[in-house]
Write a protein that binds this ligand. Structure first.
Ligand SMILES: NC(=O)C1=CN([C@@H]2O[C@H](COP(=O)(O)OP(=O)(O)OC[C@H]3O[C@@H](n4cnc5c(N)ncnc54)[C@H](O)[C@@H]3O)[C@@H](O)[C@H]2O)C=CC1
Ligand SMILES: O=C([O-])CC(=O)C(=O)O
Length: 339
């Protein structure tokens, strides 16, 4: 049993790193801000299993001491410590190489992600302010919604403090890729662990654009399949919000996706080659200041933006259709950070 669990954990550590080996691992401190929440707890559980993490620092406004005590009994190397409230935020962040932020309120049925702006924008701003001061060189990974606005907020904070490095700021959109891979595999019968679909744009409704024409292994879709699969991927978050009926939004699949992204970063930081993940980052791929595309990751974050490749007409039209909303959400975040 123990062997099985260890093998399973090792297999999990390979997610996002399908075809490369890791050499000379450096052991990093990773902080999770919002660690006692629906995403924060399972995400921290998954991170605790990584051999690339030496220290797991768990911050929240409440309850992290208990979460940290619980996780600290797991037989893996990462040392876990809980930090509670403003006065302990700086100590939590000190020396962090990766900061992951799932802090903030989730949606209830009937809400859009933008409806979370009023509460979550301030949270994203104050946490990124702290990270920009205490560990400006860390990779900052923002999960808190609306991602299309919280990432621009963080970038403005870092710019104002003179420490912005566009290679190191990420809006975590991995869940869109994870969902696309799963739904495509269900529809087409491709092996789920080998199905890979790039998802570009942002992380809300029509701004989420899966590039079904670029799926590997390549699949043929009828017009009707392409249309309905695209809409399902765009609305998958709402599917979970409605199924949870007031109990919040995706937490477990998001924890998986957040861990997949963090492991990809850690592996790239340790010298692994060909680590590619999609993420919402500062970009010149379109006229939009922030945009998600596949990125080649390296020791210092983004090594190259791989762009969006050639789009078919359906995808080109969807891209044009998303631009007004995405541009508005980006502008709203920038305005908020400068008010
Ligand atoms: N990027 C993505 O793909 C996804 C993003 N999300 C977003 O993630 C966020 C968190 O969702 P859940 O974990 O389900 O919510 P939750 O309410 O279960 O947990 C949020 C946690 O944040 C904490 N928090 C609030 N203010 C804080 C502050 N100033 N500093 C530190 N911690 C603070 C709360 O105490 C709570 O423990 C939401 O905004 C949600 O919309 C959710 C799913 C997917
Ligand atoms: O839908 C939500 O509010 C949470 C989220 O971003 C997702 O599940 O993709």
């Amino acid at each position: 049993m123990a062997n099985f669990v260890r093998r399973a954990a090792c297999n999990f550590l390979n997610i996002g790193s399908r075809n490369f080996s890791v050499s000379a691992p450096r052991h990093a401190k990773v902080s999770v801000l919002g660690a006692a929440g629906g995403i924060g707890q399972p995400l921290s559980l998954l991170l605790k299993q990584s051999t690339l993490i030496s220290e797991l620092a768990l911050y929240d406004v409440a309850n992290t001491v208990g979460v940290a005590a619980d996780l600290s009994h797991i037989e893996s190397a990462a040392q876990v410590k809980g930090y509670v409230g403003d006065s302990q935020l700086e100590e939590c962040l000190q020396g962090s190489k990766i900061v992951i932020i799932p802090a903030g309120v989730p949606r209830k049925p009937g809400m859009t992600r933008d409806d979370l702006f009023n509460i979550n924008a301030g949270i994203a701003m104050s946490l990124s302010e702290a990270a920009s001061k205490v560990c400006p060189d860390a990779m900052l990974c923002i999960i808190s919604n609306p991602v299309n606005s919280t990432v621009p907020i963080a970038s403005e904070v870092y710019k104002k403090n003179g420490v912005f490095d566009p290679r190191k700021l990420f809006g975590v959109t991995t869940l869109d890729v994870v969902r696309a891979n799963t739904f495509i595999s269900e529809l087409k019968g491709t092996p789920v662990t080998q199905t890979q679909c790039p998802v570009i744009g942002g992380h809300a409704g029509v701004t989420i654009l899966p590039l079904l024409s670029q799926v590997e292994p390549s699949c043929d879709f009828t017009d009707q399949e392409r249309e309905s699969l695209t809409v399902r991927i765009q609305n998958a978050g709402t599917e979970v919000v409605e199924a949870k009926a007031g109990g919040g939004s995706a937490t477990l699949s998001m924890a998986y996706a957040g861990a997949r992204f963090a492991f990809a970063l850690l592996q790239a930081m340790n010298g692994a080659k060909n680590v590619v993940e999609c993420s919402f980052v500062e970009s010149d791929v379109t006229e939009l200041q922030f945009f998600s595309t596949p990125l080649l990751l390296g020791p210092n974050g983004i090594e190259a933006n791989l762009g969006m490749g050639t789009l078919i007409d359906f995808e080109q039209e969807a891209l044009e259709k998303m631009k007004p909303e995405l541009s508005g959400s980006i502008a709203k975040g920038i305005k908020f950070a400068n008010k």
